[in-house]
Design a protein. Structure first.
Length: 139
């Protein structure tokens, strides 16, 4: 893989929701914008490990942890055509770039969130980690 992924980048990805996985599905229903919240190069394997958060136009259901994306941040992320959107922080897709079936070499980003907005996202993601669902996408 020739490009580095950085937290805050927004890319297109076939996100698999945890409820879809629980129903036996293995593929995301559609390409959607996702935010790279964690990007770590593994010390033992040299691979790039990503935690990806879904961006959706659907308001969060009761009991879910999500953050509404302000207009200026939607523009920065390349999502300016969406009237409202949220980033879900209580579940994530875990993928390994070099083993991924879903990330293309030299894949372009849609945009990137600001550092201050990413701090909010990362803080909420960290708070939700104990009760969040991880969906592995590299198997």
């Amino acid at each position: 893989m020739s490009r580095e992924f950085r937290p805050g980048e927004v890319i297109s990805y076939p996100y698999l929701w945890a409820w879809q996985q629980q129903h036996g599905e293995t593929e995301g229903g559609k390409q959607r914008a996702v935010c790279v919240v964690v990007a770590i190069r593994g010390a033992s394997d040299g691979n790039t490990h990503l935690a990806l958060l879904a961006i959706t136009t659907q308001p969060p259901q009761a009991g879910r942890a999500a953050l509404e994306i302000p207009h200026i941040e939607r523009k920065r992320a390349g999502l300016g055509d969406l009237k409202q959107s949220w980033i879900t922080v209580d579940e994530y897709n875990y993928d390994i770039v070099e083993r991924s079936w879903y990330i293309e070499p030299n894949q372009d980003t849609l945009g990137r969130f600001s550092k201050s907005f990413m701090i909010k996202i990362a803080g909420l993601f960290a708070e939700a980690r104990g009760r969040s669902s991880r969906v592995n996408r590299f198997d």
